[in-house]
Design a protein around this ligand. Sequence first.
Ligand SMILES: *[C@@H]1O[C@H](CO)[C@@H](O)[C@H](O)[C@H]1NC(C)=O
Ligand SMILES: *[C@@H]1O[C@H](CO)[C@@H](O)[C@H](O)[C@H]1NC(C)=O
Length: 218
Amino acid sequence: PMTVEASDLPTCLLCVCLTGSVYCEEVSPDMTTVPALPKETAYLYARFNKIQKIGNKDFADILTLKRIDLTGNIISEIEDGAFSKLSLLEELSLAENRLVKLPMLPAKLTTFNANFNRLKTKGVKANAFKKLSKLSNLYLSDNQLEAVPHIPENVRTLHLQNNNISDVSVDTFCRSNDTYYLRPRLTEIRLDGNPVVLSKNPDTFTCLNVLPVGQYRR
Ligand SMILES: *[C@@H]1O[C@H](CO)[C@@H](O)[C@H](O)[C@H]1NC(C)=O
Ligand SMILES: *[C@@H]1O[C@H](CO)[C@@H](O)[C@H](O)[C@H]1NC(C)=O
């Protein structure tokens, strides 16, 4: 018997398309690639499918995207330019996938979620988030990171719990060359479930209003 592949069917028969939004959640038959999107799609919800890979062409023609949610797929590879041209993209979730490294991220992101992946330090460049001046929520919990990347100025919520971070320093959040520097926006930092002992260097958190959650005694 012939099997029906999801990629053979027009997206809006498999998924629910409403003005500007496409909902493709737990699609049956299994959806293994990003579906072709209607022009001017702004919101794509493609959670809990079997998407394996994101290519540079998948979103190349849909520059109207503001939110992409790919939570709970089996994505292990993303081509470096897959999201970089999406200049309106504000929210991107890649949570609960199999990523070991991150692609380039577009400049207007406010929320980025890559919780529950397999991210390694060498797959998340120290400056991966540096240019994201609007970034407010950064979720990187439950990965295999051994270092804290550069955290841009406007971040409010930072989740790094359940990684393998063994060290933080004055320059992780504050500035060793500027004792007047303050970072009042950053009010939620999760570092619990990491080997780092946060009381090691008392100057590490002097620019913050709130101490990170984590281990203070060995
Ligand atoms: C955690 O990091 C240490 C080095 O700091 C390394 O030796 C160890 O293998 C890492 N553990 C895991 C589970 O990756
Ligand atoms: C502190 O060092 C950073 C680079 O590490 C530099 O951009 C900044 O201008 C320096 N600030 C002061 C007050 O020297």
